[in-house]
Design a binder for this molecule. Sequence first.
Ligand code: NAP
Length: 240
Amino acid sequence: MKKIILVTGSSRGIGRGIVEELSKDEENIIIANYNKSEKEAIDLKEKIGDNIEIYKADVTNKIEVDNMVKYIIDKYGKIDVLINNAGISQVKMFTDITEDDWNNMITTNLTSMYFTTKAVISNMIHNKNGCIINISSIWGMVGGSCEVHYSAAKAGVIGMSKALAKELGPSNIRVNVIAPGFIDTDMNKELSKETTEEVKEETPLRKIGKPLDIARCVKWLTEDEFTTGQVISPNGGWVI
Ligand code: NAP
C-alpha cells in the first residue's frame, strides 16, 4: 500500500536528502514542503519525478500548515509519516540574543512542530497508524555554547516527542527524534574551514556527516514498528 509522507523544509540540506532517499521506494508518495527556496524545490521535483509533489508553506504560519495538510488529506485520504525537519540556526552570545531572535528560533524550530503535528494527528489517530520523526540536534541533548536559543528549542523538541510518544502509543503512532551532529549543509556554511577541521578532529569517526547519513536513519524509522520515544543521534561519536 502507498505510504504518504510529508517532509517539512525539504528544498535543501537534510530534508532534501531525506526526500531523495525515501523516494527510491516507489510505494512512497512524498510531499516535499519548502518555503523560500522555490528554485531548489522545482529542481528536486524535476530530478525525482512522479512520486513527489512539492508544496510551498511557511511552517511558522498555522494557516499555511493547515492548508497544506488539508490538501494532502483531501487528495490522498491520509498521512502515514510526518517528518518535521524545517529549521533555522543562529550563532550568537546569549547576551546578544534579542527577543525577536529568541521568538523566531522557538517558533521556527519548535512551535512549527506543534502546528504540523496538531494538523495531522486526528487523521493518524483515526487510522490507528502513524510515524512522526522530529529532527532535533545534539545541542538539544547537551547544549551548545553561543546557541542557547537553538539548544532550548531543540531540547523542547525532545521533550515534546517523548511526551507525545507516551500519549499516542496506544493509537499505534510512533514518535521519535533524530538528533544529528555536524552535517554538511548550508546551515554550517558560515563556519570557517578551521572550525570544521576542529570538529572532525574531535569526532571519533574523523568525519563530518552528510544529509544521507540522516536520511538512512529516517528511512529505518519509517519501516520500524517497535521504536518510540527514542532519541537517535547520528553524530560520528562527537557526542557519546
Ligand atoms: P538548511 O540547509 O539551512 O535547510 C533548512 C531547511 O529548512 C530549508 O529547506 C528551508 O526551506 C527550511 N525552512 C526553514 N524555515 C522554514 C519555514 N519557516 N518553513 C518551511 N521551511 C523552512 O539546514 P539543514 O542543515 O538541512 O537542517 C535541517 C534540520 O536539521 C534543521 O531542523 C536543523 O536544525 C537540523 N540539524 C542540522 C544540523 C547540521 O549540522 N546541518 C545538525 C543538527 C540538526 P526554504 O529554504 O525553502 O525556506
